[in-house]
Write a protein that binds this ligand. Structure first.
Ligand code: SAJ
Length: 449
């Protein structure tokens, strides 16, 4: 074992300056660490060094501008020496739904030349179980002069751990600080050093476990949500068969103190929830029937929406369909893996349709919808011209649309934004004494009597 001085971490390097890496840099820098951001994309690096951001996230622009101007954050295209390295690069799935950890391995290989005894390497990317150990083995191969914890445990020169982010896009800066965090070191010292690193800004609790458990915890969180959304989506199909309002059924079921059903919709988008279950399914194909079925249910949803629209079409007549919302969830501009975009794309294949699309958070159609004869317009114009209105995203702006604007247009409301509003009967709730909110003092007096 070489000489290791456990001095305080002063410089941290974040590899990958995307949706997670960049906000993480900003928070480390605000916590007075010297931060080196590394990304292979030259224009991203140049932009950050000018104090600008390339992603949309509330309050991130001001914070980046500040930490760059004070010199606390500097961006590079190649790794530089540091006391700790945080890897936050994408882990996509391949066409045959296998995890692709090539970016993690590439990032790992890239930091090997600058590593020294006493350094810490933390993987944050969502990863299949076993990736952190593979990273450690790869580092050992690249640096035979150093020892690593997968083979040398607490005696290793370099420490390696897994500690995933679990932040919600749109609330990243808040959740990075406030959420609890799992820390899975490949050795006790690796965990302890990782706790030291994140304690610089995390206000939530840090829970130490093994690297493998921490890897599965991250996947489990998103697979749990996917399965629960699938339950809501299946219920939507059941209610359609029985001509019942699924939004009412869920709302009333959720009045049970131990029931909390999520919301049905046109499918599950984004880069996380629809992807992570496949990492578990790939690792345990014989024991993931529920997760696999949930994936099937959720990925069929855009097709189910199109079937609902087709059922409303009058044969032989050209009809106009207004699609409201393109983002993957409400009140954001992120169109990645959006089920709304998929619905519009599927509709573009149906003959005799005029398609209008409205998305208040973008200025134009996304590239994948260009050249398909779809017109981009605002919501009210789209509704005005439509025979059928399809609500795909429950944006705040759409909730404000007056039901008069919808008139007697045919409606496919995939988010229950208008349907539930119409179905809700004000006289259907008979408030009990608890809801009548007696003064707390009065309640105590009553009980005493
Ligand atoms: N959705 C529904 N019904 C619901 C809730 C969501 O259909 O009741 C859909 C949304 O419309 C959207 C998709 O699911 O298309 C995902 O949206 P989301 O807001 O649930 O989650 P993400 O993908 O933005 O972020 C998730 C979060 N994970 C969990 O809530 C368990 C976040 O905390 C993770 O950090 C993130 O994935 C990630 O990076 O893994």
């Amino acid at each position: 074992m070489s000489e290791i001085t456990n001095t305080a971490i002063k410089t941290v390097s974040v590899i990958g300056l995307g949706y997670i890496g960049l906000p993480t840099c900003a928070i480390f820098a605000r916590s007075d660490l010297n931060v080196i951001g590394v990304d292979v994309n030259v224009s991203v690096v140049e932009k950050i060094n000018r104090g600008e951001v390339h992603i949309v996230e509330p309050d991130l622009d001001g914070l980046i501008q500040k930490v760059v101007s004070t010199g606390k954050l500097r961006a590079f295209t190649t790794p530089q020496p540091a006391d700790a390295f945080v890897i936050a690069v994408p882990t996509p799935i391949t066409a045959d739904r296998k995890p692709d950890i090539s970016y993690v391995m590439e990032a790992t290989r890239s930091i090997a030349p600058v590593l020294k005894a006493g350094d810490l390497v933390v993987l944050e990317s969502t990863s299949p179980v076993g990736t952190t150990r593979k990273m450690s083995a790869l580092l050992a191969e690249a640096r035979p002069d150093l020892t690593f914890p997968h083979s040398h445990g607490d005696d290793a020169d370099v420490m390696v751990a897994y500690s995933p982010e679990r932040v919600l896009p749109g609330k990243v800066l808040i959740e990075l600080i406030n959420n609890d965090r799992s820390v899975g070191g490949l050795s006790k010292r690796s965990s302890a050093r990782t706790v030291e690193l994140y304690s610089t800004f995390v206000a939530g609790d840090l829970f130490i476990t093994s690297a493998e458990s921490a890897e599965l915890v991250k996947l489990t969180e998103n697979a749990f949500r996917d399965t629960n959304i699938a339950f809501a989506n299946e219920l939507a199909a059941v209610c359609q068969d029985l001509s019942l309002n699924v939004w009412e059924v869920i709302d009333l079921s959720n009045r049970h103190p131990r029931v909390n059903i999520l919301q049905p919709g046109p499918g599950v988008g984004g880069h996380c929830i629809a992807v992570d279950p496949y990492f578990i399914i790939d690792a345990a194909p014989d024991n993931t029937r529920l997760m696999s079925t949930a994936r099937l249910i959720n990925s069929d949803r855009p097709h189910a929406v199109v079937r609902d629209i087709q059922a409303l079409l009058e044969p032989g007549r050209i009809q106009t369909v207004a699609c409201l919302g393109l983002s993957f969830k409400p009140n954001i501009d992120d169109l990645r893996e959006s089920p709304a975009v998929e619905v519009v794309k599927l509709l573009a294949d149906i003959p005799n349709l005029r398609l209008l699309a409205a998305e208040p958070h973008t200025n134009a159609l996304p590239r994948e919808l260009e050249g398909l004869g779809i017109r981009f317009t605002d919501a009210l114009t789209a509704i005005d011209k439509a025979d059928i209105v399809v609500l795909l995203v429950d944006h705040r702006q759409f909730a404000l649309i007056d039901s008069e604007a919808l008139g007697d247009k045919k409606l496919v409301d995939t988010r229950g934004l208008w349907t539930w509003r119409k179905a809700r009967r004000p006289d259907a709730r008979i408030e009990g004494p608890r809801s009548r909110q007696p003064h707390p003092l009065r309640r105590i007096t009553d009980r005493a009597a």
